[in-house]
Design a protein. Structure first.
Length: 159
């Protein structure tokens, strides 16, 4: 919990949120990821010693989907071009997988905490679909970048 609040307070993402385009998207991913890290910490405090069951599921998914996947979402437009040697133009549609991840993860964790198997299962299914949406959005942006399309920011600046 302390680490999450320290990151929320001191990370440069707080200043980058005011920028536009990819910088704002990355900053929002980081800051929301820190929020999920804080939630995971609070779950660990509230339900200590859980090694199985719905409370453990909530904790693990707050960390690995909430924190880790928002870090992946936020860093993908930076890391993929470096690794793949292909441009990955920022697209506003990247917000779709970020927003849907938060919504579906909240459903899943609510199902865990309310002991509702139905909510938990719907959240889990929708979480998987969001990861596929992320992959689809990323591949589409890579294809667009490979075709030499200018990034959203370049088009915006060109007028």
């Amino acid at each position: 919990v302390a680490l999450a609040f320290w990151l929320l307070r001191y990370d440069i993402a707080r200043r980058r949120i005011k920028a536009g385009g990819q910088a704002r998207f990355t900053a929002l991913c980081l800051l929301s990821g820190y929020g999920w890290l804080a939630i995971a910490g609070l779950l660990a405090i509230r339900y200590p010693g859980q090694l199985a069951g719905p409370y453990y599921d909530a904790l693990l998914h707050a960390i690995f989907l909430g924190f880790v996947f928002t870090m992946i979402f936020g860093h993908a437009p930076i890391v993929f071009p470096a690794v793949l040697q292909r441009p990955l133009p920022y697209r506003p549609r990247f917000y779709s997988h970020l927003l849907l991840l938060h919504i579906t993860l909240a459903v899943r964790i609510a199902g865990d905490l309310l002991l509702s198997m139905s909510l938990r299962q719907w959240g889990a299914l929708l979480n998987a679909l969001v990861v596929l949406l992320f992959l689809g959005n990323t591949v589409a942006a890579l294809v667009a970048g490979a075709k030499g399309e200018r990034s959203y920011r370049e088009r915006e600046m060109a007028g």
